[in-house]
Design a protein around this ligand. Structure first.
Ligand SMILES: [Zn+2]
Ligand SMILES: [Zn+2]
Length: 172
């Protein structure tokens, strides 16, 4: 009587089911059960998830780098603004300038790799070597990193132009 009420494993008729697959709902015995991200899955569903659903480590890396680039821009905007338009308000311009240079270097260091890694991982996803799950996250990271790189290049151009203007003024 009791045996009839117990669910049986879909693959092993003799074994009592201990869980159901989180994706397909199939009954699983202890032997068939595989745990991924704290959820039970059957073996075919684990394979499916690895191929399609998972967010790859590289996608996360692209997002983290893009997020850091965005943080640098957020910190740079008020610093540059205050440096250019803050006037003489007791603010130490020399320290301000060093902070700007440091933030700009960090911005270049995180934004360029986020784009390189993003294009690389995008190719791997296209070739089905990486799971598709992280694609949106990765695109957001690349968008942030790309915007950061544009800011970095604008700043670099501005710095070169300023240095050139100072040098030619000294020559006269
Ligand atoms: Zn399943
Ligand atoms: Zn089984």
């Amino acid at each position: 009587m009791r045996q009839g009420l117990e669910a049986r494993c879909a693959s092993h008729a003799q074994a009592t089911a201990v869980a159901t697959c989180a994706r397909c709902g199939g009954f699983l015995c202890g032997e068939c059960l595989e745990v991924e991200d704290a959820a039970p899955y059957c073996e075919p569903c684990v394979a499916w998830r690895r191929k399609n659903d998972r967010v790859s480590g590289l996608s996360w890396a692209v997002m983290v780098l893009g997020g850091l680039a965005a943080l640098m821009v957020v910190l740079l905007v008020p610093t540059v603004g205050y440096f250019l338009f803050g006037g003489d308000t007791g603010w130490n311009r020399e320290v301000g300038f060093q902070v700007i240079v440091l933030l700009t270097l960090l911005l270049g260091l995180v934004s360029a790799p986020s784009l390189v890694l993003g294009f690389w991982e995008g190719r791997r996803i296209h070739q089905k070597k990486s799971p598709r799950g992280g694609q949106r996250l990765m695109r957001l990271g690349m968008w942030l990193g790309g915007s950061g790189l544009v800011v970095f290049l604008c700043e670099a151009l501005f710095a070169v132009w300023t240095a050139w203007a100072v040098m030619s003024a000294n020559l006269d």
